[in-house]
Write a protein that binds this ligand. Structure first.
Ligand code: UN1
Length: 496
């Protein structure tokens, strides 16, 4: 067995003091162990936080353009390793290789984009109401960040957080998902090679309950950025709220595509396939609902079923595979359980619904692409995030009815409408209560230069990605400076 995957604390790769190790398993083949990983104890986390605190004083004073240059170097190193890292994403997480490469590309894009922020990070300079006085706002780092990331984008989402946190002058303790620790470790090695000083970026391995919560509530942490399940995120929000600790939480979605009667149906079907079954439905932006105008409902269902039945499920490393496995045994059971719930609640199973255990799928967590029709908006499968290859199709009377259905969940991440009517697209843009709205495109594929986040229970805080109004607002706080060079006491408002 290869070397144990270690923690990275204060510039050194060290074994954790937790008892034993855990394995990272290939979800396409459980016999394939991707890595054996150290477990962290409280003491390891204490050490990581202490290292990040110590490094903060120097890092925050390092000129931001210099911090940005390190991100550029990281972007170049990730680019050089794109193929290998993309393959590792597929092996450790299961998504097909083109998507593994896309995951890595998103990290490259983010590193370049945030590298550029090193020369911006701009605030405002405004006139003062008094003579011989100036006034401005500047962005300052928040301090030591706990970053907790999921397994579905094992390279991109860590990069979404690490890059803006570092360019803004924060230091970091990073706890990746225990399902994808090897990708995370490789990413941290690259940041090390790019020249991130010791203590600025620390990595601790372990599970959420063992390590994540201890880290997020640690006395030495100033702020938390979490992406993952709603249950965990809301639990952390509660804990952080009671500690007066800022948390940015990016959680679930129950995203929907509206297909109007005037839509280009071929395009809409393609979008529903890509949004619903891409990444095996394991994106927080996945299109797990499709709301179809009643006049074209039957046609849509037939076309959608036909297209989905042609999807090839298998090992994502094979070029011909469209859909890989789901991440682990727990998710596998959860998804199959939702399929049972859908059937019991009276939804019509149009396609799939079963695990696949034949041939190369025998040792992995594979589920057939599954479509439910005649789904009622209130059914559990139409309300709760399934995070698997299951799509619910619903009927709507008109645009208003469709928007009401889409908005009728307690999530609000991403939504889409297919229509050729510009007026309907404008109504959708205005009234869909989601953080991201796509017109004539699927619910997935957000670009990193704009904010990523949602309404309602999807998230809290300014969110990820983007600059102003997005990640920079998560990873900095504002400081306002008034400078009086009049040489006398001037009293704002009183001094005229
Ligand atoms: C996620 O859905 O978990 O918008 C992240 C997208 C990707 C990121 C998705 N850029 O589909």
């Amino acid at each position: 067995m290869d070397e144990i995957i270690k923690n990275y604390i204060n510039g050194r790769w060290v074994a954790g003091k937790g008892s034993g190790t855990f394995k990272s398993i290939n979800p396409a083949n459980q016999a394939n162990v991707i890595g054996v990983v150290t477990k962290s104890s409280g003491e390891d986390i204490d050490n990581a936080v202490e290292a990040a605190r110590a490094a903060y004083e120097k890092w925050r004073l390092t000129p931001a353009p210099r911090r940005g240059e390190i991100l550029y170097r990281a972007a170049e190193l990730i680019s050089k390793e794109k193929k290998r890292l993309g393959g590792l994403v597929t092996q450790e997480m299961g998504k097909v290789v083109a998507e593994g490469l896309g995951d890595v590309q998103e990290a490259i894009d983010m590193a370049y984009y945030m590298g550029g922020e090193g020369r911006r990070l701009s605030g405002e300079t405004v006139p003062s109401e008094l003579p011989d006085k100036d006034a401005k706002s500047i962005r300052v780092p928040i301090g030591v960040f706990a970053l907790i990331t999921p397994w579905n984008f094992p390279v991109a989402i860590p990069a979404w957080k690490i890059c803006p946190a570092l360019v803004a002058g924060n230091t970091v303790v990073f706890k990746p998902s225990s399902d994808t620790p090897v990708c995370a470790t490789r990413l941290v090695e690259i940041f090390e090679d790019a020249g991130v000083p010791k203590g600025v970026l620390n990595l601790v391995h372990g599970t959420g309950p063992d390590v994540g919560e201890y880290l997020a509530t640690h006395a030495g942490i100033d702020a938390v950025s979490f992406t993952g399940s709603c249950a965990t995120g809301e639990h952390l929000e509660g804990l952080c709220g009671s500690m007066h600790r800022p948390i940015s939480a990016e959680m679930g979605g129950k995203n929907a595509i509206i297909v109007m009667d005037d839509a280009n149906l071929d395009l809409a079907v393609e979008g529903a396939i890509w949004g619903g079954f891409g990444t095996t439905g394991q994106r927080c932006t996945a299109a797990s609902r499709v709301v179809v105008h009643q006049d074209i409902y039957s046609r849509f269902i037939n076309m959608f079923k036909d297209a989905a039945s042609r999807l090839r499920v298998g090992n994502g490393l094979r070029k011909t595979t469209d859909i890989g496995p789901v991440i682990n045994g727990a998710q596998f059971k959860k998804i199959l359980n939702y399929i049972e719930i859908g059937k019991n609640d009276g939804a019509k199973l149009i396609l799939g619904g079963k695990p696949i255990a034949k041939g190369e799928c025998a040792r992995g967590f594979f589920i057939e692409p599954t479509i439910f029709g005649d789904v009622e908006p209130g059914m559990r499968i139409a309300q709760e995030e399934i995070f698997g290859p299951v799509v619910c199709v619903m009927k709507a009377k008109d645009i208003d009815d469709a928007i009401r259905i889409v908005n009728g969940t307690h999530y609000g991440l991403s939504s889409a409408i297919y229509t050729s009517d510009v007026n309907k697209s404008a109504i959708a843009e205005r009234d869909l209560d989601t953080g991201i709205v796509y017109i004539n495109a699927s619910t997935i594929g957000a670009e990193i230069q704009l904010p990523f986040g949602g309404t309602k229970h999807t998230g809290m805080g300014p969110g990820e990605a983007g600059g102003r109004g997005g990640a920079l607002d998560t990873y900095t706080k504002w400081k306002v400076i008034y400078r009086d060079f009049s040489g006398r006491l001037q009293k704002a408002r009183l001094d005229r």
